[in-house]
Design a protein around this ligand. Structure first.
Ligand code: UD1
Ligand code: CA
Length: 452
């Protein structure tokens, strides 16, 4: 089986410099959705027909299993498939898909291929308003005769509500002959792929139709309006699947998954959360409102309060995080770690039961167990040229408003007095502080404003 994905169109109505098929749904290019679905059907050849914005399209979608066919100029859908011919296996079926129709399900395509096994199959839908689509013309017995494009249709044909979605399964052995016989003598002066249907009928090839389960499966993107509509359809489908699997969503309409979200039992997610890349939520994890998690693994029973931003981080079980916590790449938190508001952590390991509850920057550090990081603590990890490590051993207490000038180590059980600027290692089990002696100047007066 061959699959040809047509992606040469410009997409003028997107009003964008980005080629249409590269615009994202759920963070992934439209055409990438189509390619990913196509792959699940394990075609022998997978060919993308490209033209407009060709270099960007090829560079973005590049993969070892893809063949490319350039179509320039773009003379119609039949002409587009013709460009792919040299890449195609000569026998079996050829499935034609569209780079701007992202949500067709594999089960629907399998049904279409099955229907077309002994001939040609067209994926069709009944539309209350068929305007703009090619219409499926059938004879009195219901046999498909041909497809007529809107612009070439008679008033009677325009009244037909069964339309061509564009997706077709064709016998590969016939393709070269049929495509070679297409004419562009029609209202648009194009070589229509749809005209192969009448050629097939004339040869006695049996024509079948199949239908998708949902109309959204065959909707294409021609504008930002349609892009936004399909994004919501896709997100709702994801949300419904999560609900069916037992995730509690405060509102399935206010969730965005741009990647893969895996989860255990009794997970709950409040409104407005965004999950990107690969996210894994353990059993009984609670995610509060308006959090963004990208490539994050969260251990069981951890609670994440509102407005957290986590990226490339691993969080242990029974954690308490947020509101307003930021975990940057390379963060690894052990079990029962507490990270509170306005705490930023980067490239740092924090062991079990340690806490940084307020206003801190912790970068390039290793923190032991049961450490308390006071409010306003900062690891001065960057000297302007290089990054250095801060090590804080088990059971340390860091007083508020402390700066740890790396590289520096705070020994096990040490206490740092509030306001310390630590430039040398602090010994274990001792109180270390660097602080000007407190004094009061007797007789000191505030300056007065000078009258002019
Ligand atoms: C096509 C079908 C129509 C169907 C409709 C469904 C034809 C002649 N008509 O019409 O029956 O109802 O889709 O949406 O096939 N493309 C190329 N190269 C080209 C022309 C198009 O790659 O030279 C690609 C476009 O990028 C697009 C797709 O093919 O993804 C469809 O092209 P478009 O011009 O939009 O076809 P329609 O006129 O909508
Ligand atoms: Ca179209």
């Amino acid at each position: 089986m061959n699959i040809v994905i047509l992606a040469a169109g410009q997409g003028k109505r997107m009003h964008s410099n980005l080629p249409k098929v590269l615009h994202p749904i759920a963070g992934k290019a439209l055409a990438q959705h189509v390619i990913d679905t196509a792959r699940t059907l394990t075609p022998e050849k997978l060919v993308v027909v490209f033209g407009h914005g060709g270099d960007a399209v090829r560079a973005t979608l590049a993969a070892a299993d893809l063949a490319w066919a350039k179509q320039e100029p773009q003379l119609g859908t039949g002409h587009a498939v013709m460009q792919a011919l040299p890449e195609l296996a000569p026998n079996g079926q050829t499935l034609v898909l569209y780079g701007d129709v992202p949500l067709t399900r594999a089960t629907t395509l399998k049904r279409l291929l099955q229907a077309g096994k002994d001939g040609l199959a067209i994926l069709t839908v009944e539309l209350a308003n068929p305007t703009g689509y090619g219409r499926i013309v059938r004879d009195a017995a219901g046999q498909v005769l041909r497809i007529v494009e809107e612009k070439d249709a008679t008033p009677a044909e325009k009244a037909i509500t069964e339309v061509n979605t564009g997706i077709m399964a064709l016998p590969s052995a016939k393709l070269a002959d049929w495509l070679g016989r297409l004419s562009n003598k029609n209202a648009q002066g194009e070589y229509y792929l749809t005209d192969v249907v009448a050629l097939a009928v004339a040869e006695g090839v049996s024509i079948h139709t199949a239908q998708p389960d949902g109309e959204w499966e065959v909707l294409g993107v021609n504008s930002k309006v349609q892009l936004a509509e399909l994004e919501r359809v896709h997100q709702r489908n994801i949300a419904d699947r999560l609900l069916v699997d037992g995730v509690r969503l405060a509102d399935p309409a206010r969730l965005d998954v741009r990647g893969e979200l895996r989860h255990g039992r009794d997970v709950s997610i409040d409104v407005g959360c965004i999950f990107e890349g690969s996210v894994e939520l353990g059993d009984a994890v609670e995610v509060g409102p308006y959090c963004l998690l990208k490539n994050v693994k969260v251990g069981a029973s951890t609670r994440i309060a509102a407005f957290c931003h986590f990226e490339d981080a691993v969080i242990g079980p029974d954690g308490v995080l947020g509101p307003y916590a930021r975990l940057r790449p390379g963060t690894e938190l052990g079990r029962e770690v507490h990270i509170g508001n306005f705490v930023e952590i980067k490239n740092t390991k924090i062991a079990a039961q340690s806490k940084a509850n307020h206003l801190a920057y912790i970068g390039d550090a290793e923190i032991g167990q049961r450490v308390n990081v006071g409010a306003g603590t900062i690891t001065c990890n960057y000297d302007g040229a290089n990054k250095h490590l801060t090590i804080i051993e088990d059971d340390v207490f860091i007083g508020s408003d402390t700066q740890l000038v790396a590289p520096v180590t705070v020994g096990r059980g040490a206490t740092l007095g509030a306001g310390t600027t630590l430039t040398k290692d602090a010994p274990p089990d001792a109180l270390t502080m660097s602080r000007a002696k407190q004094m009061t100047l007797a007789g000191w007066k505030r300056p007065q404003k000078v009258k002019k």
